[in-house]
Design a binder for this molecule. Structure first.
Ligand code: NAD
Ligand code: TYD
Length: 392
């Protein structure tokens, strides 16, 4: 049997989807999931495969050199590093955990890969390291790094470390940079699961700024397939961009969600923008498409419907997440922004802001008070297209 693949951060959104993908597609695989279980790490994400003999969970911190050395010295075929602090808004609130995990943690993994001659290292990075685009064009692998948030700066620093270990020590490492993922098992601090869960409960959704920021969306399963290709066949020292060819403004996406879940537009709240909010991301994935024959397969509307259905049909998974810790975060992040009486919900005189003020006032008038303040949980029907193939 092959030496195990070390998947770090495997209890998070993409890591758990990737572990399930490997177990489904490779009968000979052996996986060690190394995760310290931060607020974003959830053992429930892998409860269905926990007893698979090809899979083992080890609680550990990638920034803990001793723990990492202990697992690496047992022999590994690959390290795939998903472990990260991954949320931009949290990095604005406090960047310290981002520096520790994303930079120091990566350095410690790279050192262990070197010391124990791990034959392959894959760094899971993000399109956000390239910064923000104007209305046209797309990031290629040659685009200079220009990160704008503490999160993306820490990911860019990690990418630079990986690059330096390839160049200086000949470490057999590869980097992938992917656009915004959506799909099952995503922690509801990110836009899509947050909006889906709120809408399913008839709660308002907080759209930052004018809602015209653009993201390039990809289903997590397409991302997993790309990682699988790069891990096995990607060239050492290379970077591979991965995108969904699916650019949407946040407002368009919100309207699509409202339509699918059959909820009124009055649930949209335009709230104070994220500081330093990147305007547009778009990925050029020509390199991985031409070199490795990968391309995104899941049509966006279909993937979105499946994803909504997934959250709707997992009340226990959702309930376990909506605990005190999550609600405390939600209150800190959105309490004042979403509150009817928040004094800071002032808009300056631009036409976009006037529109926003009008939309918010209108939506509050349209909603019965009880719904704005404390809606009763309700189980709405999701309109689904065609037969229900499940994501994940
Ligand atoms: P996530 O926040 O859902 O999960 C992160 C996981 O890492 C959690 O299980 C957490 O417990 C674990 N972790 C955090 N710090 C750790 C530490 N010090 N030691 C061990 N484990 C630790 O993140 P995600 O959305 O699944 O993202 C995974 C990776 O993909 C990240 O590196 C992220 O930068 C990258 N990425 C994410 C997206 C996206 O849209 N979510 C897009 C491109 C790239
Ligand atoms: P997010 O899911 O945080 O991913 P990222 O910032 O890494 O792209 O946000 C996606 C987009 O949605 C981004 O433009 C910010 C916006 N957004 C909102 O409008 N409201 C929200 O409550 C959140 C979390 C994000």
């Amino acid at each position: 049997m092959m030496l195990p693949v070390l998947v770090t951060g495997g209890c998070g959104f993409i890591g758990s989807n990737f572990i399930r993908y490997l177990l489904e597609t490779d009968p000979d695989i052996s996986i060690v999931n190394f995760d310290c279980l931060t607020y974003a790490g959830n053992l429930d994400n892998l409860s269905d495969v926990a007893r698979d003999p090809r899979y083992r969970f080890l609680r550990g911190d990638i920034a803990d050199r001793r723990a990492v050395r202990e697992v690496a010295e047992t022999g590994l075929s690959t390290i795939i590093n998903f472990a990260a602090e991954s949320h931009v808004d949290r990095s604005i609130h406090d960047s310290s955990p981002f520096i520790r995990t994303n930079i120091l943690g990566t350095q410690i993994l790279l050192d262990a890969a070197r010391e124990f001659n791990v034959p392959r290292y894959l760094q899971i990075s993000t399109d956000e390291v390239y910064g923000s685009l104007g209305p046209t064009g797309a990031f290629t692998e040659a685009t200079p790094l220009a990160p704008n948030s503490p999160y993306s700066a820490s990911k860019a620093a990690a990418d630079m470390l990986v690059r330096s270990y390839v160049h200086t020590f000949g470490l057999p490492a590869v980097i992938t940079r992917c656009s915004n993922n959506y799909g099952p098992y995503q922690f509801p601090e990110k836009m899509l699961p947050l909006f889906i869960m709120n809408l399913l409960r008839d709660e308002p959704v907080p759209v930052y700024g004018d809602g015209l920021n653009v993201r390039d969306w990809i289903h997590v399963r397409d991302h997993c397939a790309a990682i699988d290709r790069v891990w096995r066949e990607g060239r050492v020292g290379e970077v591979y961009n991965i995108g969904g060819r699916c650019e949407r403004t946040n407002l368009d996406l919100t309207n699509t969600l409202l339509e699918i879940i059959a909820k009124p537009r009055s649930l949209i709240r335009f709230v104070r923008d994220r500081p330093g909010h990147d305007r547009r991301y778009a990925m050029d994935s020509t390199k991985i498409e031409q070199e490795l024959g990968w391309r995104p397969r899941i049509p966006f509307e279909e993937g979105l419907r499946e994803t909504i259905h997934w959250y709707e049909s997992r009340p226990e998974w959702v309930a376990n997440i909506r605990t005190g810790v999550y609600l405390k975060y939600y209150e800190r992040q959105y309490g004042r922004r979403l509150s009817d009486r928040a004094p800071k919900m002032k808009f300056s005189g631009s036409p976009a802001n006037a529109k926003r003020r009008h939309a918010n006032a209108k939506s509050r008038r349209e909603l019965p008070k009880s719904k704005v303040r404390g809606p009763k949980p309700k189980r709405p029907k999701v309109r689904r297209a065609g037969a229900g193939r499940r994501a994940g």
